[in-house]
Design a protein around this ligand. Structure first.
Ligand code: 2AL
Length: 164
């Protein structure tokens, strides 16, 4: 839809557009309340900073919608189909696919949450390298990265929904 249309949607309909981008109610309402936006660039810049920082509960809720890297989202929801297209570039050898499975396992054991990365535009090799590098982080470093990655994914999704 056009930005003009998004600016004028009733709040509940705007929320339905925003939630599949990022299921954090504080982020959704901040954007709804900040309308109208003068440009799509203003909208995405606002979305990139809104409701910062996310709480642990908010991160957990948002992450629950993201399947592991290498796992195809099942179902017909908007989120599932967005996730499938984001991960569509992952066409790895069995060796890399296995390494991603193992990396996800180690990451979850260390940080107690799913490994999250903006997958769109990244190859399996790049994602595996990022996963291995991030395994060396402290919990605080990882938390900041996850917050940022959720926002990147949300912004890209938003750009897919609202055109200039
Ligand atoms: C995902 C996903 O579903 N889309 C994306 O960009 N990243 N999942 C993940 N675990 O990073």
């Amino acid at each position: 839809m056009q930005l003009e249309q998004f600016n004028q949607l009733p709040d509940e309909e705007a929320a339905d557009v925003l939630r599949p981008c990022l299921d954090i109610e504080r982020w959704v309402s901040a954007i709804i309340d900040a309308r109208p936006f003068a440009s799509r660039q203003e909208l995405t810049a606002f979305a990139a900073e809104a409701a910062s920082p996310f709480t642990d509960a908010e991160l957990e809720r948002a992450l629950s919608h993201h399947p592991r890297i290498g796992e195809r989202a099942s179902g017909q929801s908007t989120e599932a189909s967005l996730s499938r297209s984001e991960q569509a570039g992952l066409d790895s050898s069995q060796e890399i696919a296995d390494a991603l499975v193992e990396g996800n396992r180690v990451y979850e054991a260390k940080f107690d949450r799913v490994f999250l990365i903006r997958a769109a535009g990244r190859s399996s090799e790049e994602i595996l390298a990022a996963l291995n590098a991030r395994l060396g982080h402290t919990p605080e470093e990882e938390r900041a990265i996850v917050d940022h990655q959720l926002r990147e994914i949300a912004t890209l999704r938003l750009e897919g929904v609202v055109s200039a």
